[in-house]
Each structure stands twice: as C-alpha cells, then as structure tokens.
Design a protein around this ligand. Structure first.
Ligand code: PMP
Length: 326
C-alpha cells in the first residue's frame, strides 16, 4: 500500500509547470513552482510545519498548548493543519483588508480568528501584530509564532523549496522571481540556489505602498513609501528578519491594478487559478523581460490558490468598483 500517515506528509514536492501564452515575448523557458498543490493550498504549509517543529524542539510550546499568529490567512491555514494533527489550539489575528474567504477558511479548520484594523501602524495596540503578541502573553502555554522574524520560516524554504527547484531543473535554473512578504520564500530559496550556483539571479516582486524596493536600493527605511494597498500577501511596512537583502539582486514593483488583472489572466490564459500575489509575480516577471536570454530557465513561484479571491479579483463588481476593469 502507498499512503501518507497524515495530511502533513503530503506537503512539498509540488510540480513545476511551464507558462506558455503569457510569456510569448520572453525568449527564456518560464516555469511556475506551483505551490497550491500543498494540502493547505499554499506554499505556507512548508514553513508552518517547520516553525512548529522548531518551537517544539526548543520547548517553546508544550502538548495541548495554543499557537498564536498574525497572518494574512495562508500561514494560519498551514499552522491550523499542523495544530490539528499535533493536538494544539490555534488563534489567528489578521487585518480587515483580507478576503472574507480567508477568514471563513481559517474558521473551518478550527481557528479562533480575530479581525484587526488595517490602517493602524504596526506598533499600535490594535494592529494584528500587537494583538497576536498580547494574546500570546495573556494565555498560558501559548506560543507566538512571528513568521516575520522567526528564521525557521526561511529555513523551511532552504531545506525544501530551494532543493526541489534545483533538482527539478537539473541545476539549469538561471533566475528565480517571487513575491516578497515575510521574505521567507525568497531568502530560503535564494540562499540555496546561490550556494549551488552563485550566478543564479534572485528577483523580488514588491508592491506600491511597501518599503522593500527602496530599502534594497538605498539602505533607507523611507516611511513615505508606506501607504495602504490592495494587493494581498506581498509588501510590508516593516523589515522582517526573514528578508535577506544580500541574496536579492533586485526588486520590481507592481501596481494593484496590474496584480489584479494578471491574476485573472493567469486563470483565463493558462488555466492557472491562483491568488493575487501570483498575478503580481507574473506581471513583475514580465516587467523584467530584458533580463532574460534564450537559454535561460526562469522559475517563478506561485504562492496560493484562486478560491481565496473569488469575492475580489475574480469578481467583476469588485474589479469595477476598484477601477481595475471597465
Ligand atoms: N503570497 C501570498 C499569498 C502570501 O500569503 C505570502 C506570505 N505573506 C507571500 C506571497 C509572500 O511570501 P513570503 O512571506 O515567504 O515572502
């Protein structure tokens, strides 16, 4: 018999899928690392399990304890699956700009969900960062995950996502393009790939309203770069410890409109029904087209699934209300 002992054992070993129509103008081979095949439908399952295992090893959480995290949904989903299998309780705090689907999904897998205001500074007591910290401090035997600064996050990608991409491309990968939020994906994959071949170029996709691109280019944390934006999952108003700026060759910024439009184009033209950060990453890759030559092998990573965005980027009324389609 061929079976897994529990759902967590199905995490990883996701396929690489060629992108065809959307990259007709690009001479290189463009391959998508298709992370929605994970059981929580996102790449975040990988780091959720790794961060929990690390906390168990360090004695930060005991059997029956409570996991607390501020999450846009996907990390919460991964942690929730791990919590169910391993017997923990799970509390998620998230910002009220996140899609309703993400909140409903977290509740469906047994999370207690606390919705916090988006438009307050991270240090404000009502922000989803501060709320998660407070709950973890108040409840006995609870552990605040902190995916931003918890380096087991990027380590998960160094140990699994990076080696998978290297092996699946027979070491021929020349560029890696990916949206950046906590920085775990780009930093873990980027470090692994650069160790195998220092010539591999690592490109981050950022959003307008986020600090990453300017910080990478100037070393300045410019508060004027920070303003509310619609794109989900990427960009930050803080500098997470998981972003290793040294292994990143450059950032490109994508507008909310382009991210939304390209999310739909991936579904319509490639049959890839994906989340909003996939659209941002796809448009970011197209903005970088002059970087790619004929024999290059460009890997783009798609973080999550389209089902979480049916009330938003896949909804005509929502798209019109935001001025993204006529
Ligand atoms: N896309 C989505 C949908 C995400 O949830 C995240 C995580 N916030 C990212 C992209 C960015 O990934 P990372 O945190 O590893 O930088």
């Amino acid at each position: 018999m061929d079976y897994k002992n529990n759902i967590l054992e199905t995490i990883g070993n996701t396929p690489l899928v060629k992108i065809n129509k959307l990259v007709e103008d690009i001479p290189a081979l463009v391959l998508a690392k298709y992370e929605t095949f994970n059981p929580g439908n996102s790449v975040k399952d990988r780091m959720a399990v790794k961060m929990l295992a690390d906390a168990e090893e360090k004695g930060l959480i005991k059997p029956g304890g409570t996991i607390v995290e501020g999450t846009s949904g996907n990390t919460g989903m991964g942690l929730a699956l791990a919590a169910i299998v391993k017997g923990y309780k799970m509390v998620c705090t998230l910002a009220d700009k996140q899609s309703k689907e993400k909140i409903d999904i977290l509740r469906a897998v047994g999370c207690e969900v606390i919705v916090c205001p988006t438009s307050v500074a991270p240090e404000h007591p009502d922000s989803y960062y501060s709320t998660a910290k407070r709950i973890a401090a108040e409840r006995p035997n609870s552990w605040y995950v902190n995916q931003y600064d918890n380096l087991a996050n990027s380590q998960a990608h160094y140990e699994s996502t990076g080696p998978e991409i290297w092996n699946q491309t027979d070491g021929k990968v020349t560029h890696f393009v990916v949206g950046v939020g906590t920085g775990g994906t780009i930093s873990g994959v980027g470090k692994y790939l650069k160790e195998q071949n220092p010539n591999v170029k690592i490109w981050g996709v950022d959003t307008y309203g986020s600090v990453f691109k300017k910080y990478h280019e100037t070393g300045e944390f410019d508060e004027n770069e920070i303003y509310p934006y619609i794109t989900e999952g990427i960009g930050e108003d803080i500098l997470p410890k998981n972003v290793n700026f040294d292994i990143i060759d450059g950032f490109t910024k994508v507008t909310d409109k382009d991210a939304a439009v390209y999310t739909r184009r991936l579904a319509e033209e490639e049959g890839m029904f994906l989340g909003n950060s996939a659209g941002a990453a796809m448009k970011g890759l197209l903005q970088l087209k002059d970087e790619f030559k004929e024999d290059d092998v460009v890997v783009i990573l798609f973080h999550d699934h389209g089902s979480r965005y049916i009330g938003k980027m896949y909804n005509d009324e929502w798209m019109k209300a935001n001025g993204f389609i006529d």
